[in-house]
Design a protein. Structure first.
Lengths: 122, 197
């Protein structure tokens, strides 16, 4: 079935109708999804997919997403860390798609820490 | 793990932790030979010779923070359960190759799962690393190479949620095309959208 060609990508890019270069050096929020074996087994990939969906929907260019290894507290996975520039990183625990949506809408976009799911300040 | 694609995500993260800057993922679903072969090759720092024989021992890990590692033992157990095997070859400083073989029709074989989510998670979460993903189903092949895409879009061009969303959709469509038997789509059209005749 061949390769995903540059033309395909251009088509995709046209659909996105935005300049992906805009974001360089402008990120103000960093979201880390912890993807150790424990996190993956507990559903971290679904949390990541939900986060990407929400980001695609919200028109924000200043959010950076990373994956990282295990935090060392496997029983509280999936863990997500939200770090707003100049603020303390907040680690969330037992995340799922719905909690991720809530954290994204309230914490990432509006800066309100969702203490119900928070594990710790770092 | 519930899906083979989750095992793949997990093992690729090992390569990320080993400092690789290019990771190759090849999935070969040879249904005619009743076999699935998953190969993950990274160019990270490799595994020291004294540890390679005991990789599937959960109490052998290269992570300094904790003394238990379950990624490779889980994959090894999953492959063995399905009349398959795990093979790891590595040279310190030269990268690592992990290969897992499963019997396709084995009742305990986990489904392939959402490879598109695994690949896009890896791309989005690891901006500095290139991925070459090949998926072969009965000899028909799909390839995605982030090096070519980055040349076109710029180094950080792939770190865009909307683009990644469309990329995932595109990968899902391509993989579906691979599983559709040649001629099946035309037959479906003749049957007014029904697959069974």
């Amino acid at each position: 079935m061949g390769k995903l060609t540059i033309d395909d990508l251009k088509k995709i890019k046209e659909k996105t109708t935005r300049d992906t270069f805009l974001r360089d050096g402008q990120a103000t929020v960093k979201v880390t999804v912890h993807m150790g074996t424990c996190g993956i087994a507990a559903g971290a990939r679904e949390v990541m997919s939900t986060l990407l969906e929400e980001m695609a929907e919200a028109d924000h260019q200043d959010i950076l997403v990373f994956t990282a290894g295990c935090l060392g507290k496997c029983s509280s996975e999936p863990n997500v860390t939200v770090e707003i520039m100049d603020g303390e990183p907040i680690v969330y625990q037992h995340m799922d798609a719905d909690k991720m949506r809530q954290v994204f809408k309230h914490h990432v976009l509006l800066g309100e820490v969702q203490t119900d799911f928070a594990l710790a300040k770092m | 793990m519930r899906e083979l694609s989750l095992h793949i995500l997990d093992i690729v993260e090992n390569g990320v932790a080993a400092g690789a800057d290019c990771i190759r993922i090849t999935v070969d679903e040879a249904r005619r030979d009743d076999r699935i072969t998953i190969t993950i090759t990274d160019n990270g720092r490799g595994i020291p010779a004294e540890k390679i024989d005991r990789l599937t021992d959960p109490f052998i890990t290269l992570r300094p923070t904790r003394r238990v590692g379950l990624g490779l033992p889980l994959l090894s157990a999953a492959a063995q359960r399905c009349d398959g095997a795990l093979d790891v070859s590595s040279k310190a400083g030269d990268g690592t190759r992990v290969q897992a073989v499963f019997r396709y029709s084995h009742i305990d074989r986990a489904p392939m799962g959402d490879m598109a989510a695994t690949i896009t998670t890896l791309i989005m979460g690891n901006p500095g690393i290139d991925f070459v993903y090949r998926h072969i189903i009965d000899g028909r092949e799909f390839t995605l190479d982030t090096r070519g895409l980055k040349e076109e879009l710029g180094e950080n061009g792939l770190q865009d949620a909307l683009l990644i969303h469309h990329l995932a959709h595109n990968i899902r469509g391509r993989l579906k095309q691979l599983t559709t038997k040649i001629g099946e789509s035309e037959a479906r059209e003749k049957n007014h959208g029904k697959t069974d005749d």
